[in-house]
Design a protein. Structure first.
Length: 222
């Protein structure tokens, strides 16, 4: 029997779904998304409400274009938590091992079609396992850098990152300094063959998504 989700777990799940490429299934299920947003804890509830109001008021095609312009075409807004810190450098490969180790410890087997630091995947992990929540805790500085980048880009998607950050402990002084340093330096640019903008089609293989009829992402583009 599946245990009941806590408010934070449901909120992580909602954020994971909303950060996927917006298929028509997303718009068809918007009433359920609104319901989930209203059940989110604390300040996250207001942030979800702001984003969902924009989603409801904006034509699907325009939302899709905005998603691509924000996450695919802006280097600073990539949805990969280690990207701002390591860019396409060899050190990023080492960081990936830490994500994979966290998944393994929890018995969580993400699909091979997405990088392990892809934020919707990490949020899905947090919705399913305390180990996933702990992983988010350890990556708070990276989350705040992405939140700042989305705010600078003036995109409604910044509200989702604000909601996620509201569900986590506040940054410590050292983490605040790390956010400032990462923001000022930007992602490193050494090329090693990683794909910083690999598209999010993996979610159809995750627990709960197919079962509950959640949106499953988009087709991989050439």
């Amino acid at each position: 029997m599946r245990r009941d989700r806590s408010g934070a777990e449901n909120a992580f799940k909602l954020a994971s779904v909303l950060l996927q490429y917006p298929t028509m299934a997303l718009f068809e299920g918007i009433d359920r998304l609104d319901e989930a947003g209203r059940a989110a804890p604390g300040a996250a509830r207001q942030d979800f409400a702001r984003f969902l109001a924009w989603l409801r008021a904006t034509p699907p095609g325009e939302v899709a274009r905005h998603y691509v312009e924000t996450f695919d075409l802006r280097r600073q807004c990539a949805l990969y938590l280690s990207y701002y810190r390591y860019g396409d450098t060899r050190r990023r490969g080492t960081a990936m091992l830490a994500y994979k180790a966290a998944y393994r410890r929890a018995g969580f087997r993400p699909p091979d079609t997405e990088l392990p630091d892809f934020l919707p995947l990490v949020l899905e992990f947090a919705a399913l396992s305390p180990e996933g929540v702990a992983l988010l805790h350890r990556r708070r500085a990276d989350l705040h850098v992405l939140r700042r980048a989305l705010g600078t880009a003036d995109t409604p998607y910044a509200h989702i990152l604000a909601a996620v950050c509201a569900l986590l402990p506040r940054l410590r002084r050292g983490e605040i300094d790390a956010v400032r340093a990462l923001w000022e330096s930007g992602p490193p640019t050494e090329e090693v063959g990683l794909e910083p903008f690999a598209p999010p089609e993996y979610l159809s293989g995750l627990p709960d998504l197919a079962e509950r009829g959640e949106p499953s992402g988009r087709e991989r583009r050439p």
